[in-house]
Design a protein around this ligand. Structure first.
Ligand SMILES: NC(=O)c1ccc[n+]([C@@H]2O[C@H](COP(=O)([O-])OP(=O)(O)OC[C@H]3O[C@@H](n4cnc5c(N)ncnc54)[C@H](O)[C@@H]3O)[C@@H](O)[C@H]2O)c1
Ligand SMILES: [Mg+2]
Length: 349
């Protein structure tokens, strides 16, 4: 970098920092931590750690609800020392966000085999007693937490899972090295960089104007119906993926409208892209592909609105009535949107 460029860049960042919003400064701080290992290590000194054991987050129960406790670096070092573990293990932690005051948040799994420390995984019951909490399966944990913690722990689990499964270079077979923040892994022998990935999935609520199409797979909990979902094939646009997936599973659609998206950690990381679509005119007959689905059917506006109001899986499984995915799933939001505005899919595909 030339001297002139150095001065110009510094001046530019000085002026911009004074004008930047809290959100922009936070985003740039996180970007810096991902790019600069020293800055990230420094951020750990004042940061907070969320703990996992074999991908299950630690939760503590207060009077009425569960919460995800945070631990400081000092507390974590004491904990590791107490269990005869090397503090080197902290290098396995991944950056998952920060507060508006730039307190960085990290996640660390104490159950998975460590790539930076030779010691084996820590015993779960002893850790739970020491930490006064329990490591809960993420699917269960998400229903116990507020939206912010649920989203943070989903990101954390997805990142921890990705690192656990990408410890070796697929070209050289050599161990890859994680950067401090965990935003990438590099193969030291050939310098190939691996970035955490999400698989794009389309989820579509099909309507015929008055009814909507809901389906279930045999793996769903008893009585639960959802919108049609499917992984995008390589080379496809979003529009092509929606048309193909819906045709593969039930019928043909001709109009679609994008609604929203969501990161979904199960079973691996997916980016759920939600759309409304309209069935091709006069072709509402259902031909279920039984290799993909157990059942699919049209449901009236009233039936769906009633199901949304009484969406308690436990009572409905017993009554034998159908029920819908829980609030935090984008399928629920998509169905709710249709109930509130049944004509949302009016754009041409
Ligand atoms: N958040 C929500 O509201 C919500 C609702 C419904 C489904 N989902 C998620 O959407 C995902 C996809 O739905 P689906 O199961 O109907 O998909 P799908 O109809 O594409 O069928 C799954 C099959 O696709 C194949 N496949 C192709 N690419 C794949 C990839 N990258 N990863 C895994 N399998 C791949 C596999 O053979 C798999 O068995 C599921 O993992 C489910 O968890 C989320
Ligand atoms: Mg599917």
């Amino acid at each position: 970098m030339s001297l002139y460029c150095g001065i110009a860049c510094r001046r530019k960042s000085f002026w911009s920092y004074r004008l930047l919003s809290t959100y922009v400064t936070k985003s740039r701080y996180l970007f810096e931590l991902k790019e600069d290992d020293d800055a990230c290590k420094k951020a750990q000194q004042t940061g907070a750690f969320y703990l996992f054991h074999s991908l299950a987050p630690l939760l503590q129960k207060s009077e009425h609800q569960y919460q995800a406790p945070q631990h400081s670096l000092l507390e974590l070092e004491r904990l590791l020392a107490k269990f005869g573990q090397d503090t080197q293990r902290i290098e396995d932690s991944v950056l998952i966000g920060c507060s508006e005051q730039h307190e960085a948040w990290f996640a660390l799994d104490l159950g998975l085999n460590s790539s930076s420390s030779i010691n084996a995984s820590l015993q779960k019951p002893e850790m739970e007693t020491e930490l006064k909490g329990s490591f809960m399966e993420l699917r269960k944990a998400l229903f116990q937490l507020n939206t912010k913690d649920a989203s943070l722990l989903s990101t954390a689990q997805a990142l921890l899972r990705w690192h656990d499964g990408h410890q070796f270079c697929s070209r050289s077979g050599q161990p890859t090295k994680k950067n401090m923040a965990g935003s990438k892994r590099v193969c030291p022998s050939n310098k190939i960089i691996y970035y955490p990935q999400m698989a794009p999935v389309v989820i579509t609520l099909v309507s015929d104007g008055t009814r909507c199409l809901l389906a279930r797979q045999s793996s769903f909990p008893k009585g639960m119906y959802s919108a049609l979902a499917g992984f995008c094939d390589i080379g496809e646009s979003l529009e092509e993926a929606v048309r193909r997936e819906v045709a593969e599973e039930v019928l043909e659609v001709e109009r679609l409208q994008y609604s929203a998206s969501q990161h979904w950690p199960f079973p691996n990381s997916s980016l759920m892209i939600a759309c409304h679509a309209t069935v091709k005119s006069g072709q509402t007959e259902i031909q279920v592909n039984l290799r993909e689905l157990e059942a699919a059917d049209w449901f009236s506006h009233d039936e769906v609105a009633t199901a949304l109001r009484r969406n308690n899986p436990y009572t409905q499984q017993q009554n034998g009535t159908f029920w819908l995915p829980p609030k935090l799933a984008i399928a629920h939001q998509l169905i709710k949107e249709w109930v509130e505005k049944p004509n949302c899919s009016t754009l041409p595909a």
